[in-house]
Design a binder for this molecule. Structure first.
Ligand SMILES: NC(=O)c1ccc[n+]([C@@H]2O[C@H](COP(=O)([O-])OP(=O)(O)OC[C@H]3O[C@@H](n4cnc5c(N)ncnc54)[C@H](OP(=O)(O)O)[C@@H]3O)[C@@H](O)[C@H]2O)c1
Length: 230
């Protein structure tokens, strides 16, 4: 059964998985707020019609978050998908650099935390009351694998803790918060050897998202439905 039309806010909507979320949400009739750093540079968003509203947002900049939320003007938001993310190149001891690590945490960890906090009044007004934080299995302390960026993996582990805390704190308001790993996908971040196509992963995530209730809040899931250990 198709779900009722929702207002869904997607961050990092300019390309990759974020743009795929916007395409599929718009195709099923949801109203989409497609937030990205430079909406004017994304012609696909303009071409998607009246159901998609592009808006400027840099999730690593508190002033940008403030002005984005002011422009929302108290509109209800049913679902917030904190998707924007940044990979690092510090994948070995000796390659870590403080400024780069801070930049990655700003986008991957502090961005979703501050966005959820800023959009909370809008989520309370919305009907669905769902926050999905796009994380990675690389951020799992018990199931992560060796290699890959120190800052990226650690920033996603910290995001998972933020998600778990938000889930506890927002449950009494009926707000569901889920950590979701999209799997390894063919995007600029995932690269051409990735086994998954964004259209398939995002399709599965949207189907799963429709089923989430308060009992799922605080869980860590993968696009194939698996529960990932923290
Ligand atoms: N692809 C994978 O295999 C994979 C696996 C696990 C998890 N993930 C997660 O999935 C999410 C999407 O990844 P992707 O593969 O689509 O990556 P991508 O192709 O590199 O796209 C990243 C998106 O994040 C945006 N972004 C970066 N910094 C931002 C900022 N400061 N403010 C707002 N937006 C910002 C980019 O915007 P610009 O165009 O402006 O740069 C772009 O829209 C990320 O959270 C990533 O960690 C991906």
């Amino acid at each position: 059964m198709a779900s009722a039309a929702r207002t869904v806010l997607v961050t990092g909507a300019s390309r990759g998985l974020g743009l795929e979320f916007v395409k599929q949400l718009a195709a099923r009739g949801d109203r989409v707020i497609a937030a990205c750093r430079n909406p004017g540079a994304v012609p696909e968003l303009k071409a998607m019609g009246a159901g998609v509203r592009a808006a400027a947002l840099d999730v690593s900049d508190p002033l940008s978050i403030k002005s984005f939320v002011a422009d929302l003007g108290g509109e209800g938001v049913d679902v917030l998908i904190n998707n924007a993310g940044l990979m690092g190149e510090d994948n070995r001891v000796g390659a870590m650099k403080l400024e780069e690590m801070r930049r990655i945490f700003d986008v991957n960890t502090f961005g979703p935390a501050l966005m959820t906090q800023a959009v909370l009044p809008n989520l309370i007004k919305g009907q669905r009351k769902l926050v999905v934080n796009i994380t990675s299995t690389l951020g799992s302390i018990s199931a992560g694998m060796p290699g890959m960026s120190y800052a990226y993996c650690a920033s996603k582990a910290a995001l998972n803790k933020i998600s778990a805390k938000l889930a506890w704190d927002l449950k009494s308001m009926g707000i569901i918060v889920v950590s979701m790993c999209p799997g390894w996908n063919k995007t600029d971040m995932g690269g051409g050897s990735a086994p998954l196509e964004p259209k398939d992963s995002i399709g599965r995530i949207l189907t799963m998202m429709d089923t989430f209730g308060l009992a799922d809040s605080g869980t860590f899931r993968r696009e194939d439905g698996a529960v990932v250990p923290f």
